[in-house]
Design a protein around this ligand. Structure first.
Ligand code: KG4
Ligand code: ZN
Length: 352
């Protein structure tokens, strides 16, 4: 079957067409996956400005849909899906109303999708054997969320821990802003960190690893942001900050975030006897994070399989929404489109 998916939970307007088949073994073919990014518009605010994002989604959606259909060579499709939460309320409603209109116009079923769940399911876009994955520990790290989730089976979730303040991606974005780097901060910090070279002249900047030794699975990143701000202010009082300072600070920010995420994820995997560790969300696109997770899992928990989404599927896209919809379709999950609502605070263990 062919699925048309719509995603507008944050600042990206996304439409995708994906072909899906199989039951026990599922196969997907991405026919098109269009992401129209608003980052340039939001850059001057250093983050996403919801009412502006909503207006842009309204304007972009028909164009992005047209492009997705054209790229997929106008296939006949059978099913619609849309993100209903979590996310920015006005943005979510734009996508939901758009998809509901399509459902009415074309008389097609519409499946409501949880954005966080889609960041996990995107790992199954490649052909996979669904058996022997569970229990799994999923780390979802994005601009809006940082959660450790125990997955006992498809659609059977328990949130083990989450951030008490800023999300990991938000920490990248906010610290980048302090350093004068542009939005979104994650890729900018990663780029500077790559330029950092260890030498005797290093300032040996040392940031905290918040909550790393605590027994729970919660996170906190706002203290890290404050530590960066103090260091930056202290040093910039004295002189103009060099490129080397920015590079070194970027490397330390990146490593502090990775260390905390890695330690807590591996601990959860070990304690819950997980067979798989699954990563998802924009921060999972970070190359150093991917490398550290691969190396440390192989070394400390060699029996555990690590699933990493392809980099292009880490950040927000609609292909992940369509893929998740297929799993719900297989389970017989249909809903009267008239009843579908956006829910900005939707939790992964909450039914839609
Ligand atoms: O999943 P996503 O596209 O949107 C949300 O659901 O929030 O994640 C966006 C977040 C941003 O905070 C961005 O800075 C971060 O992911 N990000 C990265 C990288 N690419 C995107 N963070 C670290 N390294 C990257 N390479
Ligand atoms: Zn996301």
């Amino acid at each position: 079957m062919v699925i048309l998916a719509v995603e507008t939970s944050c600042d990206d307007t996304c439409c995708a067409l994906i072909e899906a088949r199989g039951k026990k073994r599922v196969y997907f073919k991405i026919l098109s996956n269009i992401v129209s990014s608003q980052t340039k518009i939001h850059r001057k605010f250093g983050g996403v400005y919801p009412s502006l994002a909503k207006r842009k989604h309204q304007k972009n959606l028909p164009l992005v849909l047209k492009k997705a259909l054209r790229e997929a060579k106008n296939p006949k499709f059978d099913l619609l899906s849309v993100t209903v939460g979590p996310g920015l309320e006005p943005c979510l409603w734009t996508g939901v109303n758009f998809a509901k209109n399509l459902a009415e116009k074309w008389n097609l079923p519409l499946i409501p999708i949880n954005h966080i769940e889609a960041h996990i399911f995107v790992n199954f876009i490649k052909k996979h054997n669904a058996s022997n994955l569970f229990p799994a520990i999923c780390l979802v790290v994005s601009g809006g969320h940082t959660q450790l989730i125990l997955v006992n089976d498809f659609m059977d979730y328990k949130i083990l821990g989450e951030t008490r303040d800023d999300a990991a991606g938000e920490c990248f974005d906010k610290t980048a802003r302090i350093l004068g780097l542009s939005y979104p901060g994650g890729p900018e910090i990663a780029k500077r960190a790559k330029n950092f070279q260890k030498s005797k002249k290093n300032l040996k900047i040392s940031l905290p690893r918040p909550m790393i030794n605590q027994k729970n699975y919660d996170f906190s990143f706002s203290g890290l942001k404050t530590a960066v701000l103090y260091d930056f202010k202290n040093r910039s009082n004295k002189k103009r900050l060099s490129k080397n300072y920015i590079n070194e600070m970027a490397a330390e920010i990146q490593q502090a975030i990775i260390n905390v995420l890695l330690r807590k994820t591996l601990k959860a995997a070990k304690n819950h006897k997980a067979k798989t560790i699954i990563l998802g969300g924009g921060v999972a696109a970070n190359e150093k994070l991917r490398r550290d997770f691969k190396e440390k899992t192989k070394k400390d928990l060699p029996k555990i399989k690590l699933l990493l989404p392809e980099i292009k599927f880490c950040t927000d896209n609609a292909a992940m929404i369509g893929a998740t919809a297929y799993f719900y379709w297989l389970k017989g999950g249909k809903k009267n489109w008239k009843e579908i609502k956006a829910n900005a605070n939707l939790k992964i263990d909450e039914s839609i």
